[in-house]
Design a protein around this ligand. Structure first.
Ligand SMILES: CC(C)(COP(=O)(O)OP(=O)(O)OC[C@H]1O[C@@H](n2cnc3c(N)ncnc32)[C@H](O)[C@@H]1OP(=O)(O)O)[C@@H](O)C(=O)NCCC(=O)NCCS
Length: 244
């Protein structure tokens, strides 16, 4: 597998089809620190989705370079964003992962800042409270203007897009979430101070990996160079094969 210059790879892995015998194999793709962290989760389902996300991340990096999954090391930015440390001769891969109930995802680019967010639609959410607290005024107004039947989808569209942006820039919740706003149709972003950023330097896309999940992807790349997005379910068998 190779990435083309403008290509973004987005892979998702549902945890539901992963069998009992597969988990130890996926765990084998992790490094020591990740295994220890996996062991600290209180709930099995959290351990599993964490393991799936990190196995998918390492497996994907390995398929793109040929380096063993367990060999990858990451450096963590000031606000917690991990970046893969490359060796001389390896492509400048940039990555981001996301996990939610039942689904893990990884996004990879060649050198572009990238953020991905996946969410489980059935998560119990006080939608209007959260929107009122975190969203930009225009996003709240749009959400309130939609029919009730669309509220959940609209809410999670904004939520995943906002997360994709803050995860791409790597600054996490140190960025004020109401200082940038999305419109959904057409899909676009705008910024107000204190965020100094240029909407023309970003491309975003939304995805529906399954009936209960949504995802959003953000990549810092000007629209003049359209992204070639390859978005698909990850091959579980290929990942398991990497574990030997
Ligand atoms: C930490 C944060 C970056 C993402 O959190 P999240 O949505 O709960 O989690 P996700 O599963 O999407 O992403 C987690 C992964 O992102 C990566 N990550 C951690 N900090 C990051 C950062 N500052 N920037 C980008 N990626 C980051 C890590 O790989 C992490 O996985 P790991 O903990 O298994 O190593 C941050 O945005 C956050 O805490 N959000 C809370 C949710 C919220 O209130 N959102 C309001 C939305 S409108």
């Amino acid at each position: 597998m190779m990435l083309r210059e403008n290509e973004v790879l987005l892979l998702w892995l549902p945890t539901e089809p992963i069998g009992e015998a597969d988990w130890p194999k996926l765990r084998r793709l992790l490094d020591e620190a990740e295994r220890a962290r996996a062991d600290r989760f209180h709930f099995e389902r959290d351990r599993q989705v964490y393991t799936a996300a990190h196995a998918l991340l390492r497996g994907t990096l390995s398929e793109l370079t040929g380096r063993a999954p367990q060999d990858w090391r990451f450096e963590v930015g000031e606000h917690g964003k991990p970046e893969a440390i490359r060796r001389p001769g390896e492509p400048p891969l940039r990555v981001n992962i996301s996990h939610t109930r039942g689904l893990a995802a990884v996004a990879v680019t060649l050198g572009r800042e990238v953020g991905v967010d996946v969410e489980w639609l059935e998560r119990d959410n006080a939608i209007l409270n959260i929107a009122g607290r975190y969203f930009a005024p225009a996003e709240c107004a749009y959400l309130l203007s939609r029919p009730a039947a669309e509220a959940t989808d609209t809410f999670f569209a904004f939520w995943t897009l906002k997360e994709a942006y803050i995860k791409a820039v790597g600054k996490g919740l140190s960025l004020p979430l109401d200082a940038f706003a999305f419109t959904l149709d057409p899909l676009a972003v705008s910024f107000v101070p204190p965020i100094e950023d240029d909407p023309a330097s970003w491309q975003f896309q939304r995805f529906r990996p399954g009936p209960a999940h949504v995802a959003a992807l953000g990549v810092r790349q000007p629209a003049e160079a359209p992204l070639e997005v390859t978005a698909r379910p990850a091959g579980l068998d290929a990942l398991l094969a990497l574990a030997g």
